[in-house]
Design a binder for this molecule. Structure first.
Ligand code: SF4
Ligand code: SF4
Length: 446
């Protein structure tokens, strides 16, 4: 009897070398948010790996059921941290999604949204800026209040949920800072390049500026290379590897190439590090070499690039933070802060202590740990838009943990988590402020 044909086609697919390391022990199960919530083996890491194997062996169709269970995965990689066998689950699920993208036809509306979001918006800064200006007009003209009060958005299902997550857009987008060089304050300790993000340039422009100020305070000259684009993280997570590679190639050129904006007395490039304040982007930027595993021409530069990438908290902890002045709310009252780990910082990049170390060094700040701090808040890239029901349940548990600490501030290290947690504060009325670690440092320096 001949073996059934694999359900996978093309190069990028879950590989036997990766999935065969799973010994089916189940130690990851209780660390998996979807398994804990749904209680279904098929929505656990072990169950999903098993389904990937069945598809590869031709014993399960790459069809609706498989797609549903893979879609429900947050790609939070908590299972990687828990796994005693070193299974690189992130690689597996991203390869499975690349197969789905190639071999499965999603419903028309879903294809349309993916085409607009991933292909027509994220890779194009000028279109993002235009969309940002439209949204800002919507928010400031009073239209948003009218639309929300009328309940109009309820007619739009998931899009209506997405509208609730919109951050108030900043006055000055960050796009205008591309190509600038910001001098170090005091003696120069390092020369770094700043990765500005895509949506973040409209929605988190002030966070980007705060990051540059904190770096300058710590003796860093900061260059913002012109020509940089979206990192491709959302594309990798969605299985759009070709597009992610295209974006990555542009970024390699922008950060390692011979652009005039990068020239300095030391010559072209010459950065000590490439800095990001977004854990999700950082995780993908550090894995650029993996993205070019089938393209040796770019793999070498991708390795050079990836070795330089640092999350801003990681970089400052390594460099040695210059201690800011006291940050007190009231006389003698320390500012109580709890920290929510971003999945792609703690599980993707294995950075747990650096952000906590920085927070502890802010005088007058008391860090209190929350339960389940390293469990996903439900943000997970665009998961809170595509799977709002599961995301809402995860957020509910997160807000209960955050509230129980009595902290006035929830700190985190990823813009996506900031949006989700801010929505959580509103929905659950916890009356807490949600800030990036860098924003707390920036305030302390002021
Ligand atoms: S990545 Fe997260 S949601 Fe997906 S299987 Fe692993 S722990 Fe579960
Ligand atoms: S992924 Fe790791 S922890 Fe989970 S069942 Fe497989 S070997 Fe065990």
């Amino acid at each position: 009897m001949s073996a059934a044909a694999s359900g996978y086609r093309g190069e990028t697919r879950p590989r036997w070398e990766d999935y065969s390391t799973c010994i089916h022990c189940g130690l990851c199960l209780n660390h998996c948010p979807t398994y804990r919530l749904l209680g279904v083996e098929m929505d656990s890491p072990r169950g999903r790996i098993h389904q990937m194997i069945l598809v590869d062996e031709g014993r399960l169709k790459l069809g609706e059921s498989f797609v549903r269970h893979i879609d429900l995965c947050l790609d939070c990689r908590a299972c990687e941290t828990a796994c005693p066998s070193g299974v690189e689950y992130g690689k597996l699920v991203e390869a499975a999604r690349a197969q789905i993208e190639r071999n499965y036809r999603r419903p028309l509306f879903s294809r349309l949204l993916r085409w607009i979001g991933y292909r027509q918006l994220l890779p194009h800064p000028e279109r993002l800026a235009f969309a940002g200006r439209l949204l800002r007009f919507y928010q400031r003209s009073g239209l948003q209040k009218v639309a929300q009060a009328s309940g109009l958005w309820r007619l739009f299902g998931k899009l209506g949920e997405a509208e609730k997550l919109l951050p108030p857009l900043d006055d000055n987008f960050f796009f205008s800072e591309l190509g600038r060089v910001f001098p170090a304050e005091g003696e120069r300790r390092a020369r770094v390049a700043f990765f500005a993000g895509c949506i973040a340039q409209a929605a988190f422009a002030e966070l980007n500026r705060a990051t540059i100020r904190v770096l300058q305070k710590n003796g860093c000259e900061v260059v913002v290379p012109v020509g940089q684009l979206c990192c491709g993280a959302l594309h990798v997570h969605a299985g759009l590897r070709d597009l992610a590679q295209r974006l990555a190639r542009t970024n390699l050129e922008a950060f390692l190439g011979e652009k005039p904006a990068l020239r300095s007395p030391e010559g072209v490039g010459g950065f000590d590090a490439i800095i990001t304040n977004a854990a999700g982007c950082g995780s993908t930027l550090k894995e650029y070499e993996q993205l070019f595993s089938d393209d040796s021409a770019h793999a070498v530069r991708a390795r050079e690039f990836a070795h330089k990438v640092r999350d801003v908290t990681e970089f400052l902890a390594e460099l040695g933070l210059l201690v800011p002045s006291p940050a007190r709310r009231d006389e003698g009252q320390p500012l109580r802060v709890t920290y929510q780990d971003s999945c792609h910082l703690v599980h993707g990049q294995k950075i747990r202590s650096a952000p906590r170390e920085l927070l502890r060094r802010i005088p007058g700040l008391e860090l209190v740990e929350m339960k389940l701090a390293d469990h996903c808040c439900g943000s997970a890239g665009v998961y809170n838009l595509t799977e709002p029901d599961v995301a809402r349940e995860l957020l509910k548990e997160k807000m209960e943990c955050a509230r129980a600490t009595g902290a006035a501030v929830i700190a985190t290290a990823n813009p996506g988590c900031l949006l989700q947690l801010r929505a959580g504060v509103q929905r659950h009325g916890t009356n807490q402020e949600v800030l990036h670690v860098i924003e707390l440092l920036d305030r302390a320096y002021k």
